[in-house]
Each structure stands twice: as structure tokens, then as C-alpha cells.
Design a protein around this ligand. Sequence first.
Ligand code: GTP
Ligand code: MG
Length: 237
Amino acid sequence: MKIERLIEQAREELITDIVLSDEFMNRMQENFLPIERLMSYYRCAIMEVETKFRVLNEQFSLQYDRNPIETIKTRVKSFDGILKKVKRKQIPFSLESIEENINDIAGVRVVCSFPEDIYLLAECLLQQDDIRLIEKKDYIKNPKPSGYRSLHLIVEVPIFLENEKRPMKVEVQLRTIAMDFWASLEHKLRYKKEIPEAEAVQMAEELTECANVIADWDKKMGEIRNRIERYSEEKDE
Ligand code: GTP
Ligand code: MG
């Protein structure tokens, strides 16, 4: 994308109160190419992490005849998403600062059928010797007040360039199909500004109830799965 278009987009979509001063514009021009390179490194890091999960899924399907992963979704944070975060966190607009302070530029979301598999996969990933755990937030054991559940990991993974090995940060979100379904609906509500306040509050409360019901069902379904598996193991013996 052309730098002019990016600036125009920043003007349109970004908080209109941001001052696009000459200094800001100059820095954007200076930083543009290096930013593109950095984004490409994040895309490489996503490939590395996604492959690790695909390999684990393959191995589990051979060894235990089960696929713990339903889907993997990946994304690199958009340019205006990064700008918004720079502004919200009040961090300097430089490459070093963006890389240092924003942990979710590369995102990998792993959707599983059962909560148990989330922990199994996280453990398998974290024990790999090229993965460094930076931060872990367990919103399954400690859900957010909204009811949001997922296991979040910020990990560092090396990417191998022509003459360099470069560690990159990736945010991994692991959740069940049901948690994912809930989060996308709740996200819609969160960003619909036209809904009258009282009604939005009401819907948010109902969603929190749904999140609890979903967590119970996830657990029950997992228990049933385990009972079925025990039965098939006995038959195999
Ligand atoms: P951000 O600065 O927004 O990235 O938050 P954070 O650094 O405190 O990270 P946190 O681990 O709390 O959340 C990061 C991501 O998790 C968000 O960008 C969402 O994708 C997701 N998330 C967290 N809380 C909620 C929630 O209440 N509802 C939904 N739908 N998603 C959430
Ligand atoms: Mg985020």
C-alpha cells in the first residue's frame, strides 16, 4: 500500500483528534520501509508457530487417533491497529518501541473442541526448546468479568533469515469452539456503538450468563468424550 493511502486511511479511521503533524508525517515516511520489513518478520513468525501446531495435530491424530485442533486462524495486526495502540499505550512511534511494547502484532488463534486439549497443546508448545514464554494469561481458569475465556500466551519464536536468527513475539490464543463462538458475538456487541446504553448493558449481562453455561457444557462434553475413549480403549485391549 502507498504511504499516501496509509496516511489517508489513518486520517479516516483513526481517532480524528490525532495530530498528523509534519514531524509525524516525516517519521511515517522514514519508517515506512523498515515497518514493511518488520511486518514480514511477523508473518514469518506466524508461519513458524502455525506449523508447530499443525505438526502437533498431525502427531496426535496418528498416536491417539484424535485431532485436538479444529481450526487455526492467524492475522497480522493492521497498520491502523498498530497506530491506535501506539496512541492508547502512549509509547514512542518508532520501530524499536513498537516491537518492544506491542505483543500482539502477530496473532495465532487455535480453536479446539475440548478444554483439555487446549492445555495439552499449550504444554507441548512451551516445552519446545526454541520457544520462550514471555507471558501467560489463563482466562479459562480466571475468566474476565465479561465472561471471556481463552488461554493467552505471548511467546518468542526465532525466525531464520539469510544471515540472522531473529526472535519474534507472537500472541497465541487457545480456546474451544464454544468460547470462540461466544467471543465473536460479544465482540460484535462491544463495537456496535449505536445500541442504546441500557440495552447494551442488558445484552452484556445475558452474554455473561451464556459464557457460564458454555463453560459447563464444554466441561460436560469433555467428560463424555473421555468416557467414550475409555470404552474404546477397553475394546482394543
Ligand atoms: P489488548 O491491549 O486489547 O490487546 O489487551 P491486553 O494486552 O490486556 O491483552 P488481553 O490478553 O487482555 O486481551 C487481548 C485479546 O484478547 C483482545 O485483543 C481480544 O482479542 C481478546 N479479548 C480479551 N478480552 C476480551 C473480551 O472481553 N471479549 C472478547 N470478545 N475478546 C476479548
Ligand atoms: Mg490485542
